[in-house]
Design a protein around this ligand. Sequence first.
Ligand code: ACO
Length: 310
Amino acid sequence: MADLEEHFNHTIEKDRRVEPRDWMPDGYRATMVRQIAQHAHSEIIGMQPEGEWITRAPSLRRKAILLAKVQDEAGHGLYLYSAAETLGADRAELTAMLIEGRQKYSSIFNYPTLGYADVGVIGWLVDGAAICNQVPLCRSSYGPYARAMIRICKEESFHQRQGYELLMTMMRGTEAQRAMVQDAVNRWWWPSLMMFGPPDDASPNTARSMAWKIKRHTNDELRQRFVDMTVPQAEALGVTLPDPDLRWNPERGQHDFGAIDWSELKRVISGDGPCNARRLAVRRAAHENGAWVREAATAHARKTAHAHET
Ligand code: ACO
């Protein structure tokens, strides 16, 4: 046991990857299952806010792009559930925990999409924040998670660019289109900052996850990086970020920004956001309506296995 623990600690210290068959502390396994499951659920629930606009896309080109993007999110969910399975988690059980509200998913997907500009702003800000958070996770200590993240980040980068390009197009359009973009930015800016999680002094998991090199940066570090990255993009786009306290601080070499309403994040995480009930109801209905597919696939697998035996 002492040898196994030493080997694990050595792996972390040397920045090598922990693999599924390796011994790992129970707390490490539980933390990884928690984070990967929450992340997978976020990808799957995250299909909904934009998925609602597929039938209302303004052109065939926009529809094809959005369809591809939403399908990518489904794929990300699947890689992540597979990564959780390498730790002994059961995908059916994880899905049950999500639809019964026993496991979390990202707060950001509990806000409504009110117009097509929201599709662009989700790509720019939400996927931009996701990239900021996930690029360092490509070096996360758990091998299957880190490897899944490499592929996911490549696709997220396409998502971010399609969003920015959509917004650029709208900003070159009519006054009404520019107003739609600004309105969407006003609604999504603060929730995007909340995606990074509670501030460091109120984040119970960060210290341990950093020590295990699951997380490579704290929530506040990544939030700051996102703000610094986004301000020049907003300028290029010609939109105003809705924060009167946002300004460059030459001493820190970073932007200062206004106070985040942490009570809102708490409310949304605990199930009381604008769309929590709707998101879970849609997911639950999709699961129930898909029961026949799971039954047919299981029956087919049984039949095929039987045919191979005989
Ligand atoms: N929405 C919902 N729950 C959150 C959020 C959020 N924005 N931020 C933090 N939480 C939860 C944590 O999961 C944790 O839950 P617990 O009760 O299971 O412990 C709790 O609030 C306390 O937060 P932290 O101690 O800061 O938790 P952690 O160290 O796990 O950090 C973070 C949170 C940054 C989200 C981390 O889990 C992470 O990097 N996850 C991977 C990325 C991810 O899941 N992204 C999803 C959205 S991106 C997308 O899908 C496009």
